[in-house]
Ligand binder design. Structure first.
Ligand code: F6R
Length: 247
């Protein structure tokens, strides 16, 4: 595992965008795994900037979402598909129909999870972007999730719902359930890039990177993957005890 501590949150996003750009430009048919959430917003913004100013093309990319809330209309601004359209697709040449995700409005959610699991596995995601929850989740695999879990409906923890309330207008409840790729699904990607910024992530980053691999800290499963880059700002790295690489 390579751990990179950038000088700031902004440069951490640039390092993550560098890795995405390298992957997209090197691969003839890039299957890119997208995370969402506040941390990814700066990465999307940097990809948009590179498209606008430097001609970076995402035209050949097929993108796969990690997770989606259950119970929100597809056009709800809080739905992750909407977020990706608003912050990325609208501003670059990534085709709208090249963004894939689970359908949280499917009549049979178990069948939908099986369908999406199969779709992601067949796609062979080459690079998967990841954030991390303050409770150590990756995607919406909450503490206690089996390390070999696959795409399924999960109940969100109180911590995650509290953390994510900032992404919803006052008065709108954060959904209680989501569809998420499993830890096993994520582990099948060719390369993992986990980005975390801010002091509120420092404890979960330290447990994920330096603690034991345990389902109590789902992100610790990245230690089992052969190709992982963890990109941090100084605050998120503040509880690490071992040497880290320069950006
Ligand atoms: C969402 C996802 C989540 C977030 C995590 C961090 O698609 O995969 O695991 O990455 O909750 O969210 P932020 O960046 O909002 O702190």
């Amino acid at each position: 595992m390579r751990v990179v501590v950038a000088a700031s949150a902004r440069s951490a996003a640039r390092v993550a965008a560098d890795l995405v750009e390298e992957f997209i430009t090197a691969s003839p048919s890039p299957a890119l795994g997208l995370a969402t959430g506040e941390t990814m917003e700066a990465v999307f913004a940097e990809l948009v900037r590179r498209h606008r100013d430097e001609g970076l093309s995402l035209a050949g990319v097929e993108a796969y979402l990690l997770d989606e809330y259950v119970g929100l209309a597809p056009c709800d601004p809080g739905a992750y598909r909407s977020v990706v359209h608003r912050l990325l697709v609208r501003h670059v040449d990534l085709r709208a129909d090249a963004v894939h995700g689970p359908d949280p409005a499917a009549a049979d959610l178990a069948a939908e999870c099986a369908r999406y699991e199969q779709q992601v596995r067949v796609a062979e995601v080459g690079l998967q972007l990841l954030g991390i929850g303050s409770n150590g989740h990756i995607a919406f695999n909450e503490p206690g999730s089996p390390l070999d879990s696959t795409t399924r409906v999960v109940v969100l923890s109180d911590q995650t719902r509290t953390d994510n309330a900032r992404c919803f207008p006052a008065g709108q409840a954060v959904p209680t359930r989501a569809i998420t790729q499993g830890i096993g699904t994520i582990g099948a990607a060719g390369r993992l890039v986990l980005l975390a910024c801010g002091r509120h992530k420092a404890a979960s980053v330290a447990r994920a990177v330096e603690g034991p691999v345990t389902c109590d800290v789902p992100a610790s499963a990245i230690q089992l993957h052969p190709s992982v880059t963890v990109v941090l700002d100084p605050a998120a790295s503040s509880r690490l005890t071992k040497r880290v690489a320069d950006p």
